[in-house]
Structure formats: structure tokens, C-alpha cells
Design a protein around this ligand. Sequence first.
Ligand code: ASP
Length: 444
Amino acid sequence: MGVKVVKFGGSSLADANQFKKVAAIIKSDDKRRYVVPSAPGKRFSEDIKVTDMLYKCAEQAGSGIDFSETFGMIKDRYNGIISELGIDMSLDDEFDSIESELKSRPAKDFAASRGEYLNGKVLASYLGFEFVDAADVIIFDTKGMLLLEETVKAVREKLSGLPNAVIPGFYGRTTEGYVKTFSRGGSDVTGSIIANAVKAEIYENWTDVSGFLVTDPRIVEDPDVISLITYRELRELSYMGATVLHEEAIFPVRSAGIPINIKNTNKPEDKGTMIVSDDYDFSTEASYTITGIAGRKGFSTINIEKAMMNSETGFGMKVLKALSDNGISFEHMPSGIDTMSITVDSAKLEPVREKVLAQIRRDVNPDHLEIEDGIALLAIVGRRMKNTRGTVARIFAALAHARINVKMIDQGSSELNVIIGVSEHDLNEAIRRIYDMFINSEKQ
Ligand code: ASP
């Protein structure tokens, strides 16, 4: 029988009622054997996440301030969950040892990790599953880099023979024995590693949304959910700011060919988004021409003109050197015969703006050089664009009808995405028009 690794985010485990939903989901499928919980998240918008309270404890302890009030709030969260669920357990000994550890050595990572650790204890007891401490199986080197091979070996050894287990997310330990966490939201990464180690048939990532949306709901009202997306498409969209999953959670499952299913704990019947490998067989899948639209503001373009630029060997290299000498990476660089325009992050350019301009002037002596600020980039992503004629024509028709001026176009050779530069004030309308052109019109 195949195995499913299931990770539940903080909002899915924020209170006893959420715990009950989680238990019902797990118990409804025997394959859901290995469970990775986050720490209790927000119950309502002004609520404070347990992880944030723990960071505060470490900060207070580090400055010699009494942290018992903050720690008391954390104890209340767990005790409330335990008593409402009616579980016969006490975390008092755990609380005492965490408190005294924080007094003697107020390490930030150790403090933060206790949110997942304690939640894992509660969930394991509620489900009747074995508790496996992530510090025993998730291993980092002394610099804090994950040691994937050692980790996979340790996970396999620990879980072999266990019919089911709860492994807290977010942390592990270094080879020197110190607790170390991933960056924020890192329980996603733990789930992905466990899925890789047990060769799961699927990694289910349970959260409070029914998957990735085609575009930002603050711009388009109630956008469709993306039912199927490839890892590469997801990477393009996340780079442009669409987030649901921790970036580092992709690699361990992708390399093992394991799909991820983003699911909603509050609406388990929704199919959610399935993230699959690039060679997945899509032939029976009916879906839109494009997969997603994302946009980001805050870019500038450096426009350079010089007659005969095309035949001047090393021109591009000198321009790019002016950027790299000043610590700037570039996003896009479309070029013409005598022109070149380079899109960069405005905030990064700002402090070195004059230096970059001076170096370009000195090294390539352009006929014209200017910086245009206030640029937004729009990414239209979709694996089907490659085999569908007229996609780009439809994008531009949608923008032309809205009288939106296109400042830059870039289509990668993979034909997986089209990047368009527009004025920041045109971005939202551009997204709405493209959504209309591809999603609303194809729906009818
Ligand atoms: N609890 C941690 C955080 O708030 C990790 C996680 O939830 O994935 O960032």
C-alpha cells in the first residue's frame, strides 16, 4: 500500500476545533501515515502565532527580561487545546524544561522550534500515533545547511516498522547537537523531506486555502483555483510573488518525482492544486491555455542606445559588469540592433544608481542612456502556450483594448512564460484584462 505524507499548517492546528478536523482527515485514509504539524497559528486576524511568541521569549530572555508572561500565554494555548480535546496528558514537565533552558541559553532557533515540538506531542497523543522528534532525524551541518543524505537515512531508520508517526515540522539539529530551524514557514520543507525519505506516493500540504489561484484575489475577484501545475510553472509564478509553499519545499519531492497536493483543511472536499513533474501526461486534462498570471511592481529599466552596438564585441559584457561591480543582478535584458534595455530591482539600484550610470558611460560610451522607474513586470505562465498558436497575440489584443502601453516583452526559449513590462499604474488593469481574455472567455 502506498504512503501519503501529510503536513498541516499553523491555521489548521490553531485550536481544538481545527485539531478535530485534522484528525478526521487523517483517519479517513489509511495511507495518511506520517504527519508533519506546524505550531498553532492564528485563530483570528489579530491573534499571535505561537512561533512569534516563542521568538519573543528568546528575545526577552536574551536581554535578561522576565519572559514568564509571554511564556504563560503559550502554555495557555496548549493547555486549552489539550483540555478541549479531552486528552489525558500534561506538558508541564516540557514547559519547565523549556523555561529553564531558555534561562540558561536563550537560543532563538531552540525557542522557535518548541512550537512544533509541543504541537507534535499533542497531536501524536490525540491521534494515538508515535511521536518522533525531528531533532533525531533532520540533520544540518555546522553552517546550518541541510544534510539531505544523512537526513533521509535517519528518517528511514526511525520510521521503518512504525505504522504511523507524527514528526514536528520546522526544525532539526546540527551535527554538533544544537537545535536549528529552517526559515519561516519551514514545516513545508520538513514534510517534503519526509515524503522523499519514505518514497511517498503523494505529499499532501494542508492549509487554509483550496490551492493556488490563477491570479491575485486582491486584483481579480474570486479567481479560479489552478487544478494542475508543473514544478517549473510554479517556480515562475512564485518568483513573481505568488506564495503558498516554502520555496525550499519543492526540491526534495521534485527530485523524487513525488507530486504535491495543496489542500484546504476547512474544505477537504475541494480538490486543491496538484503540483506535478514536467513530464506528467496532460493529454486528458482539460484546462485553460494559461496556468497563471502574476505581477510585481518596483522595477527600473536602464535603456542604452548606441549606433552599431550590435557589432561591438564585449558591449553587453561591459554593461553587465557595471551592474555586477555594484552588486546588482538583472531580471531581463531584451535587446535590439542598437539598443539594449536591462530591467533591475529599483530598490537595489537606488543606492548605486549614479555609480552604475557613470561606469556604463565610461566603459561603453553610449549615444543615449537613461533610467526609467515605476515599471511593473507581468508574467503570464503556462505550459500549453508552446503548442497553442496565437497566445501572445491574444495577450497583446487584451492590453491594446485597454490602451495599456507595453514597455518590454520577453519570451523565454522554453515558451513557458511571457514577461511584459508595463507602467506600475497599469499593472492591475493589465492582469484583469488578461484574466478576462484567457480564463473568463475560455470558460464560456
Ligand atoms: N511555525 C513556523 C512559522 O511560523 C514554521 C511553519 O509554520 O512552517 O514560520
